[in-house]
Design a protein around this ligand. Structure first.
Ligand SMILES: [Fe+2]
Length: 332
């Protein structure tokens, strides 16, 4: 496969995946799940909104939960840029690609730019947030999964190739991808700005929809602590997949569904990928031994269910999906 070349001097500088804004139905249930099971720190709460951050994060929020009576949805994927000038350059860059942009006021964030990317994902860029203390050595406050920092989001889209090409033109590096050698099939792309395997991931599927967002946790045993806490607090059936080991990315993981069905991953063991000679790793979509080292595969719903973006109608994929599901595995 001929890949687009990396852009080492991007038109503007995104630094990392930064935050996710979700709509939820019950703030108390969401607070219990994210604070006690994942172990996020509640920065602030008002009548309509919860603001959470990971235990090492010195910014006001990496997860915003807004109460709503609508169908639970994802309002925005947040990314940080390095400087205020990068925001202005981002507006020019996205506008040139005919992506809608708007300047908005967002609590606890500096100047904020709303954008819809070329495959329909609603993004939110800012350079600054209200600073708050890191809780990484406040051990008395650590709970459950000890979620340390937000790491990435995974999006389903019928336009994986278009997403790859656009984000690479914006300076994202391709770390890994799932594709046939003849370039006929492109199932997934892992794109990064911060020097580990991914900030944003696109997989083939009806979309755009948010498949999951993910927090890094310091130790493997924190995955088990999160599961135990989920069981103890009545969220045991919401442990959807794992703990297990990914092929692509190599992470140890566990996936949960929150009280509104939004999917969140807790993981650790990533690696650095930033030097010029680092080549993107291709995974063969037909080789389950490589992409699935041990354990049980995910249920079909893990592959198919996802959170819609607010006001965005998903479009079907033209590709017939045929993943190795748990249901298929148990009857084979
Ligand atoms: Fe993930």
């Amino acid at each position: 496969m001929v890949l687009p070349p990396p852009v080492y001097d991007p038109p503007f500088r995104i630094t990392r995946a930064s935050h996710v804004v979700l709509e939820v139905s019950d703030l108390d249930a969401s607070q219990s799940f994210y604070a006690d099971v994942l172990g996020l720190i509640l920065t602030s709460r008002d009548e309509t909104t919860l603001f959470f951050r990971g235990i090492e994060e010195a910014c006001h929020h990496s997860l915003v939960l807004r109460r709503s009576d609508r169908q639970p949805a994802c309002a925005r994927i947040g990314m940080r840029v390095l400087s205020e000038q990068d925001l202005d350059r981002a507006e020019v860059f996205f506008s040139q690609d005919h992506c809608p942009t708007a300047w908005v006021e967002v609590p606890h964030q500096g100047r904020t730019l709303h954008i819809t990317d070329p495959v329909g994902v609603p993004l939110e860029l800012c350079a600054q947030m209200t600073a708050v203390p890191r809780m990484i050595t406040e051990f008395q406050l650590h709970k459950g999964g000890c979620a340390q920092r937000i790491d990435h989001c995974q999006i389903l889209t019928p336009e994986v190739r278009r997403a790859r090409d656009f984000y690479m033109s914006a300076g994202f590096r391709l770390s890994e991808y799932i594709a046939s050698a003849d370039d006929e099939v492109l199932l997934g792309v892992f794109l990064q700005r911060k020097g580990n395997p991914h900030d944003i991931v696109f997989f083939d599927g009806a979309g755009p929809r948010l498949h999951h967002f993910a927090y890094f946790t310091p130790q493997v045993h924190h995955l088990l602590l999160a599961c135990d806490m989920a069981g103890a607090l009545g969220f045991g059936r919401e442990v959807e997949r794992g703990p297990g080991r990914h092929g692509p990315g190599h992470a140890m993981y566990v996936y949960f569904r929150d009280p509104d069905g939004h999917r969140v991953e807790l993981f650790n063991t990533h690696y650095q990928v930033m030097d010029m000679e680092n080549q993107a790793v291709r995974w063969d979509p037909t080789d389950h031994k490589l992409s699935f080292p041990w354990g049980l595969p995910a249920q079909r719903k893990w592959f198919e269910e996802a959170t819609s973006f607010l006001g965005v109608e998903p479009r079907p994929s033209t590709r017939q999906s045929n993943p190795l599901t748990l249901e298929k595995f148990l009857t084979s």
